[in-house]
Design a protein around this ligand. Structure first.
Ligand code: UT7
Length: 334
């Protein structure tokens, strides 16, 4: 006779309980970036909206950044590290294929009862992780999930490459996701388009570099215009679908927190969504740069801590980038 496996169910819904972020200390101006690329402060401001960004110190690792943000989120969540059932780290800049950054972060926080793994969805990683965290909680495989978006992109960009050097930066943002009696994270709309893998990729694989050498250690390369066109033409549809699936209209929103890719992409999305002017929009890229998986939780933390958006407000989140991967959902802010 086939053994009968006991079924489990989790909480009816899930919610973001708290958020914390860490922006490295060192501020890097456009003028400093322009010491190594043929560009100007004016061009960078106009084309990307970036005025300055943060770079981590040489001895500050992806795990260090993640732990700093996670400790803040955990402290304001009201739960202890031992209560975490899972640690999810969205990152593409942890320099070890294995072991995961998540296992190290869990250990350093004292999350002794947590499963741990990394998510590789680049700039969409935070929204992917939020959907996965909610599913874990609703299915009963974890009561509380720590989700961190973290990047140390300066380890993986060529600071002499003017197509990427001015845009990417370092940082971390974290949320604790836990059970809820009410829906507080909407259905996710996600996907990827592998026909555009070349739009954001590495100049070479690490094993090719090892075996055949190359002019430089492999770094991130980006077809900026291709990504820009894709983001502007496709992401407004994805964002609209996330609103529809959540049963929320743009007018109901208290915040729009898109991935901080480029201020012009954000502006194009606002126009395409016909976002009412009373809805505050994350513009954290101005002083933080593009921190890939970290950009949404860092921006969320700033908007809440400055009082720009209310605790408990309704936000539309959308992440998009290498893959080309994307994910969007509506969520109640902690
Ligand atoms: O976060 C992951 C997803 N990534 C993104 O979403 C990034 C999407 N792409 C972008 O944000 C933009 O494409 C960039 C900000 C990266 C570039 O802006 P752009 O307006 O697309 O620039 P472009 O590549 O079309 O270049 C326009 C002009 C060119 O000169 P000509 O041919 O018009 O004379 C470039 O040679 O600007 C020149 N240019 C620069 N000039 C000064 C390109 N890079 C630079 C630079 N400084 N750094």
């Amino acid at each position: 006779m086939t053994a009968r496996i006991a079924g489990i169910t989790g909480a009816p819904y899930a919610r973001i309980m708290s958020v914390g972020s860490y922006r490295p200390e060192r501020v890097v101006t456009n003028d400093e970036v322009c010491l190594r690329i043929d560009s100007t402060d004016e061009w960078i401001r106009e084309r990307s909206g970036i005025v300055e960004r943060r770079y981590a110190a040489a001895d500050e690792s992806v795990v260090d950044l993640a732990v700093s943000a996670a400790a803040k989120a955990l402290a304001s969540s009201g739960i202890d590290a031992e209560q975490l059932g899972f640690v999810l780290i969205a990152t593409v800049t942890h320099p070890y294929p294995t072991p995961s950054a998540a296992a190290d972060v869990a250990y350093r926080l004292g999350a002794v009862n947590a499963g741990a793994t990394d998510i590789s969805s680049a700039c969409a990683g935070f929204c992917y992780g939020l959907a996965m965290a909610q599913d874990m909680i609703r299915c009963g495989s974890a009561e509380y999930v720590l989700l961190v978006g973290v990047e140390k992109l300066t380890d993986w960009i060529d600071l002499d490459d003017r197509s990427t050097a001015f845009i990417f930066a370092d940082g971390a943002g974290a949320v604790v996701v836990g059970p809820s009696d009410e829906p507080a994270i909407g259905p996710v709309v996600w996907g990827s388009d592998g026909s555009q893998l070349d739009a954001i990729s590495m100049t070479q694989s690490l094993t090719d570099y090892r075996d055949h050498g190359g002019p430089r250690f492999p770094t991130l390369s980006m077809q900026g215009q291709q990504v820009f066109r894709w983001a502007v033409s496709t992401m407004s549809k994805v964002a609209n679908e996330a609103l529809e699936r959540a049963g929320v209209s743009a007018d109901d929103l208290d915040a729009f927190i898109p991935h901080q890719a480029n201020m012009r992409i954000t502006d194009a999305l606002i126009r395409a969504l016909k976002l009412p002017s009373h809805v505050p929009v994350a513009r954290d890229i101005e002083t933080t740069g593009n921190t890939s998986a970290a950009s949404i939780p860092i921006a969320m933390d700033r908007m809440l801590s400055t009082g720009e958006v209310p605790h408990g407000g309704t936000a539309l989140l959308i992440g998009f980038g290498a893959g080309l991967a994307y994910a969007a959902q509506v969520a109640t802010l902690p």
